[in-house]
Ligand binder design. Sequence first.
Ligand code: T5A
Length: 244
Amino acid sequence: MLEQVDIVSPPSIATDRKPTDGTRGRFITFEGGEGAGKSTQVANLATRLRALGLDVVVSREPGGSVGAEAIRHVLLSGAAKPLGPHAEAILFAAARADHMRQTIAPALARGAWVISDRFADSTRIYQGVLGNVDRRLIARLEKVTIGDLKPDLTIILDVPATQGQERVSKRRGDAKADRFEAEAFDFHKKLREAYLELAEHEPDRCVPVDASGDAQSVANAVWAVVNAHLHPGEAPAMLKDAAS
Ligand code: T5A
C-alpha cells in the first residue's frame, strides 16, 4: 500500500522575502476576459516602468518558460478539452509551477518587476467558476504552484463581453478561434461577472480598471493604479542600480 503523504509547497518556489523588505521586486498580474486588452496594457506598463530605470520582466500564462510554453500549445489547441476542466486545471497548474520556478521567482529575487499577462486568478475563474472545478482543488493547486508568492497587484481589465469579443474577432480575421475564444457568449458574460466578484472579494490586491476606452486612456488609468499601490518612482535606488 502506498504511504499517504501531505502535499507541501516546493521550497524552491516559496520565498520568505516580503514585498516591503526593499530587495524583492514587485509582481503585477493582468486579468480579464478575452480581448480586454491585457497584452496591450502589459506592454505599455513595461515601457513606463523601464523609463524609470527599473528592471522589468514581461511574461504570460499559460507560458513564460520553455516547459510552460509546451503545455500552452496542448491547452489552447483544444487537445486537452476532451479530458475535462479538472485535467485542464492540473495542466495549467503544471505550466504555472514551471513558470514560477524558471522565470518569476528568480526575477523577483534579483529585484526585477515582473508583469504577467494572466496568472493563478485565470485558473480560479476559467476552471474554478466557469468549469465548476472544486474550489478546494483550485486552492490546493495554487498552494503547490505559487506558495506564498502572490501578486502584489492584480489589475482586472473590465470590458463588456460583446466589446471584448469584437476586438478578438477583428484581430483574428479568418483564423480559427482558440479553445476558450470559441466558447458561447454566455461563457464570456459570466467571465466578466466572476472577475468583478473576485475584485470585490480581494480589494487590497485586485483593482478593476474600465478597459472600454481607447488604449491610451486605459494605459493612463492603469498607470494611476500602479503608482497609487506600488510607488514605482520611489523604488529603492539599489533596484535601479541592479538594472543598469
Ligand atoms: N486560461 C489561462 C485558463 O483557462 N486558465 C488559466 O489558468 C490561464 C492562465 C489564454 C487562454 O487561456 C485561458 C484564458 C485564455 O482563454 P491567450 O491567447 O493568452 O489565451 O489570450 P488571452 O489572455 O485571452 O488574451 P486575448 O488574446 O483575448 O487578448 P488580450 O491580451 O486581452 O487583448 P490584446 O491586448 O491582445 O487586444 C486584443 C485586440 O484588441 C485591440 C488590440 O490591438 C488587439 O487587436 N485592443 C484595443 N482596441 C480598442 N481599444 C482598446 N483599448 C484596445 N486594447 C486592445
